[in-house]
Design a protein around this ligand. Structure first.
Ligand SMILES: Cc1cc2nc3c(=O)[nH]c(=O)nc-3n(C[C@H](O)[C@H](O)[C@H](O)COP(=O)(O)OP(=O)(O)OC[C@H]3O[C@@H](n4cnc5c(N)ncnc54)[C@H](O)[C@@H]3O)c2cc1C
Ligand code: FES
Length: 254
């Protein structure tokens, strides 16, 4: 059930100068959050930042009433969200969007890059609870773009690629050796920059494997009212904030 709720800033964990985890705490109950759901966060005390910012839910603790977000500070909203005071009030609308589908998969590959790694903690945990064999493949330009691998390693094997070879295999994620060896995954999940997701989807489709991608289109309202987030599909335009952000890549006309 969708909720508009006030939280308080509990703590920050800075991963480097521009990547951080923001942990918030609420007074009342947190509704059930599924892997892939996101929140629209109102940036406090910012008259010039009118629109809420869509951010995936990184983690949630229903008992402690805490929720956390992994945020890459790329602009004024995400920078300001990294400069709040402990105890400051933050209003969020959540949980929004659909979710990654987990059915009867046995062995899955999760490919992430940039801020697109955020939904994969909840997804990894759900897959692990169903005894699914999970491999995470994380890509970045350099080792300084690779985050949360210790967290992901709790739920599966972690592989890394960097374009400069400073960590893991050198190259793009799609150059990783696991695409060259026997590819026995029965599903691929991906989230990150569009070119990365398109390349991953192309490989999955060429191998006849289902691929789900979570799109990070720019959003305004987050609730299907402004239509600024639509994406073309083979079945007409779809509204990413309500009909997505997760799509079977075969549906997408990209
Ligand atoms: C469903 C969804 C989930 C997301 N989850 C996360 C997350 O977990 N962590 C995270 O750090 N970010 C996430 N994002 C991206 C995040 O919403 C944007 O980075 C943020 O809105 C930018 O706001 P800003 O005020 O900092 O930047 P602005 O000042 O508004 O913009 C700075 C620059 O970034 C560009 N930009 C803005 N939004 C996007 C976008 N969505 N994609 C690409 N470029 C953009 C602008 O064109 C501009 O060039 C998500 C986006 C969506 C749609
Ligand atoms: S952001 Fe307004 S319709 Fe999707």
């Amino acid at each position: 059930m969708k909720k508009v709720q006030d939280f308080k800033v509990l703590e920050y964990s800075w991963l480097n100068d521009e990547n951080y985890i923001l942990k918030l705490i609420a007074d009342d109950e947190i509704p059930e959050i599924k892997p892939g759901n996101f929140a629209e966060i109102k940036v406090p005390d910012s008259a010039d930042i009118f629109l809420r910012r869509p951010i995936s839910v990184l983690d949630v603790n229903y008992e402690k009433k805490t929720i956390s977000f992994y945020i890459k500070a790329i602009g004024k909203g995400t920078r300001k969200l990294g400069q709040l005071n402990i105890g400051q009030t933050v209003n969020i609308v959540y949980p929004l969007g659909n979710q990654f589908v987990v059915q009867d998969e046995k062995k899955v590959l999760i490919v992430g890059g940039g801020s697109g790694i955020a939904p994969f903690v909840l997804l990894g945990r759900e897959l692990q609870s169903k005894d699914v064999d999970v491999t995470f493949l994380m890509g970045g330009r350099t080792k300084n773009d690779i985050f949360l691998t210790d967290e992901f390693s709790k739920y599966g094997k972690v592989e890394v690629t960097t374009e400069d070879g400073s960590r893991g295999e050198k190259g793009m994620v799609t150059h990783h050796s696991l695409f060259k060896s026997e590819f026995d995954f029965d599903k691929v999940y991906t989230c990150g920059p569009d070119p990365m997701m398109k390349a991953v989807a192309k490989i999955a489709e060429s191998k006849g494997i289902l691929c789900e991608a979570s799109l990070e289109n720019m959003m305004a309202c987050g609730i299907g009212a402004c239509l600024c987030c639509v994406t073309p599909t083979h079945d007409g335009n779809k509204v990413v904030c309500t009909e997505g952000p997760v799509f079977n890549t075969k549906e997408l006309a990209w």
